[in-house]
Design a protein around this ligand. Structure first.
Ligand SMILES: NC(=O)c1ccc[n+]([C@@H]2O[C@H](COP(=O)([O-])OP(=O)(O)OC[C@H]3O[C@@H](n4cnc5c(N)ncnc54)[C@H](OP(=O)(O)O)[C@@H]3O)[C@@H](O)[C@H]2O)c1
Length: 252
């Protein structure tokens, strides 16, 4: 028996992760490093990015603090990295606003970060030949793209756009042997869950009860799905969306 046999290993892979200073991106960076990958992590907040960097297993990782909501920031990031095997387009922002309260600058803020940034980053990485043949690109979408929650319309629209882009990219980049997929988390316990302060503990618990597994997810649980999509074990999967929500989207 070959005891080194492990199609899920990330050993020898270089991985670029956006939104690595917090939540899902942070956990994914740490878990990927524990699976043997070399990481390039990015986010805006230098202090929190450093905390992630200090938590990475192994050596030879890189960190670049940059705001990716504009083309200059994305270009700085792309110029600062070497070619990678995997790209996690994960950075994102959310808002909870009924339709009548959505302002133009809020639409721009959400679309710039959640849609424009991952499109530009993927575009520039491809143009500059910085995603290796056999590479894997993963996008963080959301079950909000399917499950309607009051006040979630604008955020859901950004994730719908992102998922649509992912599918087109999967077809276009297949000729370069680059795969594209998306993860669609339900509620995951990270700082982005802004709703916690604005709703009562009772409502919070009621929300949890709508999850068949009776809890929200952890960032590590999303990381483990992303690891699968980065690994050679998923090499025949492209253009797919993976719901990870403890069963929440099964019922209304
Ligand atoms: N948590 C959930 O329940 C949930 C569910 C479905 C989908 N998601 C998605 O999962 C992804 C990660 O969210 P999270 O829950 O881990 O939230 P989080 O803890 O708030 O992390 C968001 C990350 O995105 C980065 N970011 C935001 N705007 C940026 C910008 N303009 N330039 C560069 N980086 C930027 C943040 O960096 P700084 O803090 O350094 O600015 C941070 O690292 C998002 O796309 C989110 O929409 C989350």
């Amino acid at each position: 028996m070959d005891t080194n046999y492990n199609p899920y290993s990330l050993s020898g892979k270089t991985i670029l992760i956006t939104g690595a200073s917090s939540g899902i991106g942070k956990a994914t960076a740490i878990e990927c490093s524990r699976m043997g990958a070399q990481l390039i992590i990015t986010g805006r907040n230098e202090e929190r990015l450093q905390q992630t960097f200090d938590s990475l297993a192994g050596e030879g990782h890189q960190q670049i603090a940059v705001d990716i909501s504009n083309a200059d920031g994305v270009l700085r990031l792309v110029d600062g990295v070497s070619a990678v095997d995997c790209l996690f387009n994960n950075a994102g922002v959310s808002t909870t606003k009924p339709i009548g309260f959505i302002a133009e600058n809020e639409i721009e803020r959400l679309f710039d970060t959640n849609v424009k940034a991952p499109i530009l980053l993927t575009n520039m990485m491809v143009k500059k030949k910085k995603i290796n043949k056999g590479g894997s690109v993963v996008f963080t979408s959301s079950i909000g793209r399917y499950v309607v929650t009051p006040g979630n319309n604008l955020y859901a629209a950004t994730k719908g756009a992102l998922s649509a882009f992912m599918k087109g990219a999967a077809v276009e980049l297949a000729s370069k042997k680059i795969r594209c997929n998306a993860v669609l988390p339900g509620m995951i316990e990270t700082p982005i869950m802004t709703g916690k302060g604005s709703i009562s503990e009772e409502q919070w618990e009621l929300n949890k009860q709508r999850y068949p597994l009776k809890r929200f997810g952890t960032p590590e649980e999303v990381a483990w799905l992303v690891i699968y999509l980065f690994s050679d074990a998923s090499q025949f999967i492209t253009g797919s969306e993976f719901v990870i929500d403890g069963g929440r989207s099964l019922s209304i």
